[in-house]
Design a protein around this ligand. Structure first.
Ligand code: COA
Length: 205
């Protein structure tokens, strides 16, 4: 098995699991799997929606070509990104990215970023996906902390973080200048390995 150097500096890319090395994760309703080039239309279908991208910091896609470019980055980029496939329909309805945490140095931390097609909001699907990714990441001994950052204008994402056991840490006021020039406050949430394990142990009782 190929071994990767530890990521000790922000500038180094994360160890890159190739598409085939990203473990598939199945939940009750979802399959989290690597992206495929044939997912381009599913990606465009939700990424064109102005309710979706701007809440996560990126502009809506305006053409299938935009989605293909992003898809290429998902497939070949340095940071792993899961496609969220709805088992019932076999369509891809969102993504969960596993990123370097820009506010924490070291390879013990990962930041999660996620979006879901607005057609499927409010059914608890993203908490289901995030819980599966958290379990998978904490099965790796070096991972000690996961983070989620959301704009203070995004109560839905805040709820996902809290429902998945992440704790509010504070707000970085005007932490982001978005693509459209908006200055937004970043709310910071994190989940420590020890808290995750304690919660899992309590659930098991
Ligand atoms: C944030 C997001 C992933 C939530 O996913 P989800 O699967 O809908 O999450 P949930 O079903 O747990 O819903 C989260 C909360 O939003 C509320 N909500 C969901 N859809 C809603 C809607 N259309 N209108 C109002 N509230 C809504 C839910 O009631 C829930 O709160 P509750 O647990 O107190 O009831 C999704 O809204 C999304 O993709 N938004 C755009 C991109 C984005 O914001 N990404 C995160 C960037 S940090």
């Amino acid at each position: 098995m190929k071994r990767f150097r530890l990521n000790r500096e922000f500038s180094l890319p994360l160890p890159k699991p190739r598409a085939s090395q990203l473990p598939e994760l199945q939940t009750g309703r979802l399959l989290l799997r690597p992206w495929r080039r044939s997912d381009d239309r599913d990606l465009f279908a939700y990424a064109r929606d102005p309710q979706v991208g701007p809440a996560a910091g990126w502009p809506p896609h305006t053409s299938l070509a935009d989605s293909r470019k992003v898809l290429e980055r998902f497939i070949t980029g340095d940071e792993p990104v899961y496609a969220i496939e709805l088992l019932r329909t076999r369509t891809v309805i969102g993504s969960v990215g596993i990123h370097r945490d820009p506010r924490r140095s070291g390879e013990h931390a990962r930041m999660l970023g996620y979006v879901l097609s607005s057609e499927y909001w409010g059914q608890g699907l993203m908490p289901e996906a995030v819980n599966a990714v958290a379990a998978s990441l904490f099965s790796q001994p070096q991972i000690q902390v996961l983070s989620i950052y959301c704009y203070s204008t995004n109560p839905r994402s805040r709820r996902v973080a809290l429902k998945c056991g992440f704790q509010y840490e504070g707000t970085l006021r005007q932490g982001t200048k978005r693509f459209d020039g908006a200055l937004l406050d970043d709310e910071c949430y994190s989940l420590l390995r020890e808290d995750y394990q304690r919660a899992k142990a309590a659930e098991a009782v």
